[in-house]
Design a binder for this molecule. Sequence first.
Ligand SMILES: [Zn+2]
Length: 396
Amino acid sequence: MDFRAEGEALLPDLQALRRQLHRDPEVGLDLPRTQQTVLDALADLDLEIARGTDTTSVVAVLRGARPGPVVLLRGDMDALPIVEQTGLDYASHNGAMHACGHDLHTAGVVGAARILAGHRDELPGAVVFMFQPGEEGCNGASIMLREGVLDAAGEKPVAAYAAHVAPGEFGVFGTRPGTVMAGSNALSITVNGRGGHGSMPHTATDPVPALAEIVTALQVMATRDFDAFDPVLISVTMLQAGNAQNVIPEKASLRATVRALSDAAVERLIARTRELAEGIAAAHQCTADVDFEVLYPVTVNDPAETEASVSALRELFGDERVAVLPNPAMGSEDFSFVLGEVPGTFVMLQASPPELDAATLAVNHSPFVVFDDRVLGDQAAALAHLAWTRLHATRD
Ligand SMILES: [Zn+2]
């Protein structure tokens, strides 16, 4: 069999599907039109299909003719609340945009389902296709885990894979063992003082200078308290205090996004941000309320699965098209929740149109970002091949 040729043969259909999704993007957990499009795209295949109970997910199970284990392939389906400015003839005009390429992820998994379904007779075990809403901050993956996606085929998958498009040289895959994407966390700090007249600060307890010290102390903490080879990143993005120029406010607060590359660093951040804020507030006779919320954990690729994935992809596409990435990305992924339950690999797939200038490429979440959907044949082949290789590896 030749999955690359089969992916190439599917390309016109997959491009049409991707463009249909691209024209009509939906945001968040409620994606009724997208869900229907996926159901229609899978309708002629012999799959066990279930719609989500708590969200607009789709789970499809392909049962091979031979006994074997279960693997899972995931495609996220949601778009972003961004007004598209690409000028493409299939651009969205509804105020939302597939600016993170999830339209390609969905079409790619449909393609993998189509390829694998054509080889059902030689397929040992089963493949679960996980079509997920709400990746962009809504934690759709956890909802699908609660809905039972890992039990969809009757037993827990032995491996899970997902591919994510990124800007860069067309058709190059990249992944790495261990941490591949950062964990995303939200930090909120409120300093409580005692309000008063702006002309008589000694009769009040001003929370503003304490909060200002906390902002800079967080940056010092990030460089002094953490291993340079296990870095953390803190961006204070919101500051709030008072509503009158001549009044010392009661409270002052900040919000920040906090990224980390290991669970150990997240644990330390939870403890250290609290100590720092409470300590600085106390030194100014204030108190601090600290809320550290883990949004998405660190995405960690299983080393053995990832080594096997890199070999499998190189077998199909050659060494020069499959890179082992030197560094994780500081973005985040809720596929981290799936990889917390099942060993597997998250793969980046570069898909910028080759004719664009590499130096000025728009990135994911930009209203100008363009992904070249000619990559979909290889994307579908890659996902199918990862599942196929894993199912046969277990049989041998
Ligand atoms: Zn994304």
